[in-house]
Design a protein around this ligand. Structure first.
Ligand code: HEC
Length: 177
């Protein structure tokens, strides 16, 4: 009896090592299943992917597609900034310094750390051209991108994009071109 107990203890310890091999499983029921894991291959699918693309025109709950995709002019004219200029400037600054500063620089002068390495130098956002832009136009560039600058809609939620727009106004007030 003692010997059997010893063997059982030993077997249960086998599973404690750092080995990537599966443990010795005494009860095999439900170990093998036809289900596929996320990110795995599905040999039965025509594209061999376990993860499926959503069908066309599907929208995530709570998401609403951007109305002005590819329409900077309309965005500039029609989008109204819903966030008061004085609201949460600290967060606007934090978001600007996280997402824009590497290229446009800490004061938006176009002198971010990666700017010299880029094919198209990120422009200053203190120019009279940009000073004359509406809030909607700036929001549009962050949301839809412009030329060499990609869209940041996937990284920055809508409210925070407006906070960045407001913070840039603040930078324009405090800094010359
Ligand atoms: C990876 C570098 C990079 C980052 C990060 C970046 N930009 Fe840009 N941005 C550019 C470049 C390059 C252009 C010029 C694009 C073009 O017109 O081809 C540009 C253009 C712009 C323009 C239009 C300027 C003009 O004179 O036409 C605005 C406004 C702007 N960016 C704002 C932002 C804001 C706000 C953020 C942060 C959310 C940001 N950018 C993040 C590189 C960047």
């Amino acid at each position: 009896m003692k010997k059997i107990l010893f063997v059982i203890t030993l077997l249960s310890l086998v599973g404690c090592g750092s080995s990537k091999e599966p443990n010795v499983e005494l009860v095999q029921n439900m170990m093998d299943q036809p289900s596929v894991k996320a990110q795995d291959y599905n040999l039965e699918a025509s594209d061999r992917r376990a993860n499926k693309m959503p069908p066309d025109h599907v929208v995530a709950i709570g998401a609403h597609p951007y109305k002005f995709k590819g329409k900077p002019k309309e965005a500039g004219e029609q989008l109204k900034n819903p966030v008061p200029a004085s609201e949460n400037i600290a967060l606007g600054r934090e978001r600007f310094e996280t997402y824009c500063m590497v290229c446009h620089g800490p004061k938006a002068k176009g002198d971010g750390t990666v700017a010299p390495k880029m094919m198209v130098t990120p422009p200053s956002l203190l120019t009279s051209k940009i000073r004359g832009w509406s809030d909607g136009s700036i929001f549009h560039v962050i949301t839809d991108g412009q030329g060499m600058m990609g869209s940041y809609a996937g990284q920055i939620i809508e409210k925070d994009r407006w906070l960045i727009v407001n913070y840039r106004r603040q930078l324009q007030k405090e800094n010359k071109e």
